[in-house]
Design a protein around this ligand. Sequence first.
Ligand code: ZN
Length: 408
Amino acid sequence: MTDAPALAVTSHPLQRAGAWAAAIIAGREQPAEMTADDLAAVASRLTSDICEAATASKDGAAYDWWKVLFALYPNSKATHSKRPSEQRALKPEIENLFAPDAAGAIVRPCTFCGADAGAVWAKSNLPLFDTSKALNTLPPGVRGWPVCHGCRIAMWALPYGAWVTAGSATVLSCENEAAEREFARRNVQRARRILHAGFNGLVAGARAELVAVTALRDAAAGLCATTLWSFKNDNQEPWLRVTRTRRAVSVFLATVDGNASLRRGWHLLRRALTRYDAKGAVTAGGAGEAARLLFEAEDGRSRSLLLQLHYLLKESEDSWRLADRDALTRLAFTYAEEVYGMTTDLEPVAVLLTEWIARGSSPRGRLAEYNNAALSDYHLGQLLLRASVRLQMDDTGTPMAGPSTGRR
Ligand SMILES: [Zn+2]
């Protein structure tokens, strides 16, 4: 039994992040390499960290780790307001969460991996799951979700593999496993620092997106879909926010790394996005803010990199040195080409507009019409379509840009 693989990596993003974290804590390359002894070692580490955090004084560094646990597992044995204040009294209750199934326990298939599960858990131990009162969503006749030994440990190793704040956690799912592992590895290190020095011991202004982008870069991930899941498992208002990169973002990052002018553009963007307070301390790190622009929110409420570069070039139009303006413009064009697959050759569009203006009965009127339309991308799009149709009907024989040109 000791050498059997004991932990599965499933497609559930929280279980997955926890499985990677457990593997890293155990010093394994892959969760599938974990043995029962590794699981026992991870369970023991979780238990001692939880007991230290749950009994820490409110001004102690470890209390910050308790805030993390509270945001993920409210009402659990570790976070309940009536928990024992002595580690000795709390320890058996926490050990019990991660103990192997008792002999003779009723066994059901694990909610995550399908293995035999002798315990049923609900919201207090499983972030974003319902309480055991949610009869509509529970398996019939069971007061919770069956969770196997390995997945119970994974679901509590989760905060180590996630980017955590005092009130939320963020995990990464990525088609590239090396990037997932690297994201978890960096967060396991960060968790150790939080436990020992609290949030004050961390660099200010960093972000989950930056850790994800660094992981994609380090893994040389190539084309891959990348999703960040941020959540809070609050009693009153739990929330989940999902953001994604386009699949070509890591290819774009590799292009930037390999080109001096694009690297300069990225550096200028980072510098422009760094925010300071009145005392000169960093409140928003430019590297994190720039990384954030590579992620698009599911609800559409996110800033885009192209728009940010546009604002940057426009806001201080006269203050950029020519080489810097060129670097920022190249960065925007490379992003449009690599990530959106757009061609940035504008010549066919220029020919279309020139022909359309020149061939009108009043070229001056058409020029004025173009000048007005150019103020809004919606109106400009409409005008380009109209001009293209008009010229096709005139059939001048000149090849023109049309609705199908400009996309790959
Ligand atoms: Zn399982």
